[in-house]
Design a protein around this ligand. Structure first.
Ligand SMILES: NC(=O)c1ccc[n+]([C@@H]2O[C@H](COP(=O)([O-])OP(=O)(O)OC[C@H]3O[C@@H](n4cnc5c(N)ncnc54)[C@H](OP(=O)(O)O)[C@@H]3O)[C@@H](O)[C@H]2O)c1
Length: 324
């Protein structure tokens, strides 16, 4: 059965409602990964009808893009590829990117294309989550790349409403990537409505709250070496937040009825909002691809389920899982 698609705002590009997030698959920050499993996950996604794949220059220091490039060989036309640029060489002291002129930005995106082994990407996104002195350079560079046919559309990944509006000052921004989940409904307050009014497609990240909304973690869960989620246990402030989240997950247990898991309910929740184009749960393995795609055919959330969600996190409420 073909997966349903939604149009990514003014770009006109049709994305499947569920795409694959390929940060963890790149092999950094989320514990051990296996390239063969990551490539099989991409293969399975494609076989089951997924057309949308999200990566970035910094995921696995480029390895995520390289893996996607390998997966696309000989069948590029079956993939809608979104990638990002911004954090490589970022100057923390000056809070500005390494892309201090348009030529450098354009050359940076050419490097994305090389790692992806392709001559164009469907969507290029600024990965910088706050307005910095190089924002105009990104916009001008993305527009030049669009004119040259090297990107089909451009957008930004941020939760900062003022920055989004500045980035879209001339109406050219086609997409927003944003953290949105049952635990973080802050985007509902203003941003999602703005996106609808402006023809900006919305790509949802963090729908599983980094795995918390699958219900698989407990207070005494452990995380492998190299997994940044270890901080949820070792850092007292993060540990207190983790415990609060687990309590909320306990209150959401009613969503995971027979025939539907909590993770499926969490993914379905994000797709209820009409501003949302596609949700991109992060995956490392084929099993996770299969499990997440099952959300699209599981029992839909009903009015009781939605009331339960509102009790745990009211519309527009919750906490930003990523500060950005
Ligand atoms: N600033 C940005 O632009 C930005 C920031 C964050 C993410 N992203 C993008 O958004 C994507 C998704 O966001 P995210 O990875 O932060 O969060 P997420 O989708 O909420 O969580 C993904 C993690 O949950 C676990 N998981 C996935 N499916 C599962 C399932 N069915 N059952 C149980 N656990 C499952 C996996 O980790 P384990 O198996 O290791 O538990 C996976 O890495 C990323 O891959 C990336 O493409 C972009």
């Amino acid at each position: 059965m073909a997966l349903k698609t939604r149009t990514l705002g003014k770009s006109g590009i049709a994305l499947t409602e569920l795409g694959l997030g390929l940060w963890a698959a790149g092999g950094s920050e989320w514990g051990p990964t296996d390239d063969r499993a990551a490539l099989s996950a991409i293969d399975l996604g494609l076989e089951l009808g997924v057309n949308f794949f999200d990566t970035a220059d910094v995921y696995g220091d480029g390895h995520s893009e390289e893996l996607l490039g390998r997966a696309m060989q000989g069948r590029r036309e079956r993939f809608i590829v979104a990638t990002k640029i911004g954090w490589r060489g970022f100057d923390g002291a000056q809070r500005r990117t390494a892309y201090t002129d348009v030529d450098t930005l354009v050359a940076g995106v050419e490097s994305n294309l090389q790692r992806l082994n392709t001559d164009y990407v469907d969507l290029i996104q600024s990965h910088i989550s706050f307005r910095d002195p190089t924002m105009e350079i990104f916009i001008e560079g993305f527009q030049r790349l669009k004119r040259a046919g090297k990107v089909r559309a451009y957008g930004v990944s941020t939760s900062d409403f003022e920055y989004l509006k500045a980035f879209n000052h001339d109406g050219g921004c086609a997409s927003l990537q944003i953290d949105y989940s049952i635990l973080n409904r802050t985007a509902e307050a203003e941003i999602l409505g703005y996106c609808q009014a402006q023809g900006i497609g919305v790509i949802v990240r963090g729908a599983l709250a980094m795995g918390i909304l699958s219900g698989k973690f407990k207070e005494d869960s452990s995380f492998p070496a190299g997994d940044f989620r270890q901080k949820w246990l070792s850092d007292p402030e993060q540990n207190a937040i983790f415990k609060q989240d687990l309590k909320k997950v306990g209150e959401l247990a009613c969503l995971g009825r027979s025939g539907r898991t909590l993770a499926e309910a969490a993914l379905q929740f994000t797709l209820l909002h009409p501003a949302v184009t596609s949700v991109i749960p992060g995956v490392k393995t084929p099993d996770q691809v299969r499990a997440n795609l099952a959300a699209l055919t599981a029992i839909p959330l009903d009015a009781n389920d939605r009331s339960a969600i509102d009790r745990v996190t009211p519309a527009g409420g919750g906490r930003k899982i990523w500060p950005a």
